[in-house]
Design a protein. Structure first.
Length: 328
């Protein structure tokens, strides 16, 4: 996750800030307010309207959301879905194809089985029989879009947690631009996008967190302008059993958590939605397959790997170019 934002302000246009709860976590907005700009209360209301809509459509923690109504429906059924849900289903299909099925939006039954999902009971390694049974309900191939309806041929359950926050940030960024706000940093549940500069002319500076589960430590500070930033890691949600560490990052092909030494992945991308999805995809692929994928696709990445009791980091040229090189 992102440790925080390093801010500053000079004379001239004012730097406005507001924040609040969203999607079981937190959001924050900083933006440069010009003299003729909209009232801050108006801006906050617009942002919170977007977040409320995203929650109504994508939340797996409320039974009345659009996706949870779909998840509760039986196999071989269809339900009308709003356009954004269908849009993200298509994004999930793209990411699944690009990862040979390792990334998948239908892993919610696996998350519940292993103890990480909204319907889970205990964190534990499931039996082979239980895993085999649940895997029959996992796979993007069980989904189909028919006009404005989402259909399924098995009792699959969709979980958008790997891309919904990035999508929300892109929606917020577009709305801020429409309101005439051209310099801002929008963040929701750790996913963010930064555009323009602060009133004193300095860049938006983002602190990336070292993947520790005991305290927050800034691993790297970067400067961002015009890009979304997302970090996915295995160090916040995990359990240990018989000396093995199991995280909430799942390879849908095996139905099990990944067991490699890649602790976190930060992605910089023009789209916060794609940064969100790609950081998860690369974490699942691991230190070798993920690195090769990022290099081939020209994706800016910052990897943090476990090496015994310490962490080592690795960045590619695309990341250094976009973030302006190493910043302390």
């Amino acid at each position: 996750m992102l440790a925080g934002v390093l801010s500053g302000c000079g004379s001239g246009d004012s730097l406005e800030r507001f924040d609040g709860p969203t999607m079981g976590s937190h959001y924050s907005i900083q933006y440069v307010r010009h003299t003729a700009g909209p009232d801050p209360k108006t801006v906050q209301a617009e942002v919170e309207n977007i977040l409320a809509e995203v929650d109504r459509q994508f939340s797996t923690y409320r039974s009345d959301s659009d996706i949870e109504r779909f998840n509760a429906s039986p196999a071989n059924s269809c339900q009308p879905m709003p356009g954004p849900v269908l849009e993200l289903i298509r994004v999930g299909e793209q990411l699944s194809a690009q990862s040979d099925g390792s990334f998948d939006l239908t892993v919610e039954p696996l998350l519940n089985l292993w103890g990480f999902g909204p319907q889970s009971r205990a964190e534990k390694v499931p039996t082979a029989e239980a895993l085999t049974l649940v895997r029959q309900r996992v796979g993007h191939g069980h989904l189909r879009i028919d006009d404005d309806r989402l259909c399924k041929d098995a009792a699959v359950e969709v979980d958008f947690n790997s891309i919904a926050a990035g999508y929300a940030v892109d929606r917020i960024a577009a709305r801020l631009q429409a309101l005439g706000i051209d310099s801002y940093l929008a963040e929701a549940t750790g996913e963010l996008k930064a555009v323009g500069r602060k009133p004193d002319g300095s860049a938006w500076r983002i602190a990336l967190e070292e993947p520790r589960d005991d305290r927050q430590v800034a691993e790297r500070v970067i400067e961002v302008n015009g890009y979304g930033v997302s970090t996915s890691g295995d160090y916040r949600r995990y359990f240990e059993q018989d000396g093995v560490r199991y995280s909430h990052a799942f390879d849908a092909r095996t139905g099990t958590p990944v067991l490699h030494n890649l602790a976190s992945v930060t992605v910089i991308h023009p789209s916060a939605l794609m940064a969100d999805g790609l950081s998860t995809l690369l974490l699942i692929l691991g230190p070798e397959r993920g690195w090769d994928y990022a290099q081939k696709q020209g994706i800016g990445v910052f990897f943090v790997l476990r090496d015994g009791n310490r962490f080592v980091s690795r960045t590619n040229d695309a990341f250094e170019r976009i973030s302006g090189g190493k910043t302390q």
